[in-house]
Design a protein around this ligand. Structure first.
Ligand code: MN
Length: 197
C-alpha cells in the first residue's frame, strides 16, 4: 500500500485542554483514516499504485480527471504534517534558526502571529493555513480543501488545519480561539526548525 495512516506522535489526550481526546479520535481515527482508505482504493490497479505519496500528489495536481486521487492523497499528506506541527507544551515564541528567520522576514514574532492567524481566520470554508519557504523567503499562505504547498513547489514548514472537523467539538464556530490555542500552546517549533533544515 502506497498510502499509510501514521500513528499520532503523542497520546490522543496529550494536547488537552487545547484539543480534546475526542477530537483526535475522530480527526485521526475517522477523517484522516478515511482519506487513507479512499486514496488506496482509488490508486489500486493504476500506474500510481507503487508511487510515493508525494509523487502521487505531484502527478495528479491540476488534473480534473484525477481530482479524487489528488484530494485524498493531499489530505493524507497535510494531516500527517499537521500532527507533527503540534506537541504538548508547545507554542509561544520560537527559538533557533526559525526565530531569526521570522524576525528577518516578518519584522517580529508578533507580526508573524498576526499574519498567520489572519490567514486561518480568512480561509473561507475548509482548508489550511501555512508557513512555507519559497526562494529562501518565508511566506504565509492558505489553501482550500485538500490543496497543499507540495503541489506548488514550495517547502511547508508549519500548518494548521482549519476544516471545521479540526475544532468544532472543542470550539464550535470559534475558529479564532482554536487558532490562538494552536499558536500559544501547541506549535512544535523543533519540528519547524527541522523542516527549515
Ligand atoms: Mn483535518
Amino acid at each position: 500500500m502506497a498510502i499509510i495512516l501514521p500513528e499520532l506522535p503523542y497520546a490522543k489526550n496529550a494536547l488537552e485542554p487545547h484539543i480534546s481526546e475526542k477530537t483526535l479520535e475522530f480527526h485521526h481515527g475517522k477523517h484522516h483514516n478515511a482519506y487513507v482508505v479512499n486514496g488506496n482504493k482509488l490508486i489500486e490497479g493504476t500506474e500510481l499504485a507503487e508511487d510515493s505519496l508525494e509523487e502521487i500528489i505531484k502527478k495528479t495536481a491540476g488534473d480534473a480527471s484525477r481530482a479524487g486521487i489528488f484530494n485524498n492523497a493531499a489530505q493524507v499528506w497535510n494531516h500527517t504534517f499537521y500532527w507533527q506541527c503540534m506537541k504538548p507544551g508547545g507554542g509561544g515564541p520560537p527559538s533557533g534558526p526559525i526565530a531569526e528567520k521570522i524576525n528577518a522576514d516578518f519584522k517580529s514574532y508578533e507580526k508573524f502571529v498576526e499574519e498567520f492567524k489572519n490567514a486561518g481566520v480568512t480561509q473561507f470554508g475548509s482548508g489550511w493555513a501555512w508557513l512555507a519557504l519559497k526562494d529562501d523567503a518565508l511566506q504565509i499562505t492558505k489553501t482550500a480543501n485538500a490543496d497543499s504547498p507540495i503541489a506548488h513547489g514550495t517547502t511547508p514548514l508549519l500548518v494548521v488545519d482549519v476544516w471545521e472537523h479540526a475544532y468544532y467539538l472543542d470550539y464550535q464556530n470559534r475558529r479564532p480561539d482554536y487558532l490562538s490555542a494552536f499558536v500559544e500552546n501547541l506549535i512544535n517549533w523543533d519540528f519547524v526548525n527541522a523542516c527549515l533544515g
